[in-house]
Design a protein around this ligand. Structure first.
Ligand code: PLP
Length: 452
């Protein structure tokens, strides 16, 4: 094994994602993860750390699962690669598409594979543009997204993402429009939650009326916003939003890149948790538990019927759509989840995780702990009564995350919010340890701020 210094020296060529590249250049502070097993990872200095972010919201079944590794190896030995273009298919992609059709709600029976969540979201919009062209409604192109959303980093999916991610460029030429962020705690303004929901729905209707439903292709929403700070919308939000979409003939895309495959206790959250049957579900991450890059755009029979009707080819696809090794990983991952009842068990352990972290709300600078099961956000505030935030330059989230890492836990800082999205195999002991490390870390940072 290489030493930390050797790894970081060669890593001078690696451009980190989602990083302050200048700050990294100045500090050189990076962590090389060299091994992983179960719910834990090991860094190059030999520290064992709880993987509190599950790789990046994705290693749902835990690290080092032989069943998945062997399925990938076996697949590569039999058929290393073939694509699913033109008329070609292969057993792994075919079997996985059938399995996803079985698991996805209602009439969502047709699967388009890609290699990332970003690509899944891009593909969904392209599919819908193609769909409306075929129906003779080429003007139906606009996308309704939301403030706070994260849908990916390709040019289209970053445009579907909340505008803060842009550097002021064109937002894909006005293609995407942003509805209000459904965050009651910050945006509720003296309303009851039910009144806030009414206001959000009113906003949605009036935006549709202004833009013209005849110009709008789709509404896209994460069941629980992830990278936007783990925002659980008011109860009934998705159902009401879907009704509005139906009223105006706008397709509903549910971005389940994070929320699927057990993170909220079910294979898919749209129907099981939020009681909706969207027109398209996009997923990635937990689909293979991160063992291979793979995404799926799962569309309704009705959409597929139109895009496969007379009128020529649908010219869209990636070389690696349905890569055999990735499809084999997906199949083995789902088989493992079914055999060990991982989503069902996550209903219990995930609830314990949620309750343990909600217990941190008694700390003076913890404003709101929110989320559900294994998807939790902890918002740190300077003043809880007034919900005043810390000076962003303080980087409070990073301060706590670094402290937590020094105590054996990886948490993800997002400005003043800490994100926890661990593997779904966290034991009650590891859950308790996670809670204890977070409490100590927040209290120590708080004390250092008071002393300063
Ligand atoms: N959609 C959601 C909800 C996500 O959280 C992410 C990534 O975190 C994406 C899409 C993009 O997925 P990927 O990073 O695989 O492109």
């Amino acid at each position: 094994p290489r030493t930390t210094d050797e790894i970081l020296t060669t890593d001078l060529h690696l451009v980190q994602s989602f990083a302050d590249l200048n700050a990294l250049k100045q500090s050189g502070a990076r962590t090389a993860i060299v091994a992983a097993e179960g719910a834990m990872v090991r860094d190059s200095d030999g520290n064992e750390l709880i993987d509190g972010i599950g790789g990046l919201w994705c290693v749902n079944v835990g690290h080092g699962r032989r069943e998945i590794i062997e399925a990938i190896t076996e697949q590569l030995q039999t058929l290393d690669f073939y694509s699913t273009f033109y008329s070609f298919t292969h057993p792994a992609a075919a079997a996985l598409s059938a399995k996803l059709a079985e698991l996805a709600p209602g009439s969502l029976n047709k699967v388009y594979f890609g290699n990332s969540g970003s690509v899944a979201n891009d593909s969904a919009v392209r599919i819908l543009h193609h769909y409306y062209n075929r129906l003779g409604q080429p003007k139906k192109r606009l996308v309704l997204s939301r403030q706070g959303a994260y849908h990916g980093s390709t040019y289209l999916s970053i445009a579907m993402t909340t505008p803060e991610y842009s550097d002021g460029w064109s937002r894909a030429e006005g293609l995407v429009h942003y509805l209000r962020k459904p965050h009651y705690w910050h945006e509720g303004d003296g309303m009851t939650e039910a009144e806030f929901l009414d206001a959000l729905m009113e906003d949605m209707r009036s935006r549709i009326e202004t833009l013209g439903a005849e110009n709008i292709a789709c509404f896209v929403a994460e069941p629980i916003m992830g990278a936007g700070g783990v925002i659980v919308p008011p109860k009934g939000y998705h159902k009401r939003a879907l009704e509005i979409c139906r009223d105006y003939e706008i397709k509903y895309i549910s971005d389940e890149v994070v929320t699927a495959f057990g993170r909220l206790g079910h294979f898919f959250a749209s129907e099981a948790v939020f009681d909706i049957q969207p027109d398209i579900i996009n997923t990635a991450k937990g689909l293979t538990s991160g063992y291979q890059p793979l995404s799926a755009t799962i569309m309704s029979d009705e959409i597929h019927e139109v895009i496969s009707g007379p009128g020529g080819s649908f010219l869209h696809g990636m070389t690696y759509s349905g890569h055999p090794a990735a499809a084999a990983a997906g199949l083995a991952n789902i088989a493992l989840m079914e055999r060990d009842e991982i989503p069902q068990k996550a209903q219990v352990t995930g609830k314990l995780f949620e309750e343990t972290l909600k217990g941190l709300e008694d700390i003076e600078i913890v404003g709101e702990v929110r989320g559900s099961h294994f998807m939790i956000g902890i918002e740190l505030v300077k003043d809880k009564a007034t919900k005043t935030l810390f000076d962003p330059d303080l980087n409070i989230g990073m301060m706590v995350a670094q402290k937590a890492q020094s105590k054996g836990l990886i948490a993800r800082p997002l400005g003043h919010i800490l994100i926890l999205s661990p593997t779904l195999i966290m034991t009650p002991e590891l859950i308790a340890r996670t809670g204890a490390i977070l409490r100590e870390s927040i209290l120590e940072v708080m004390a250092s701020l008071k002393a300063a």
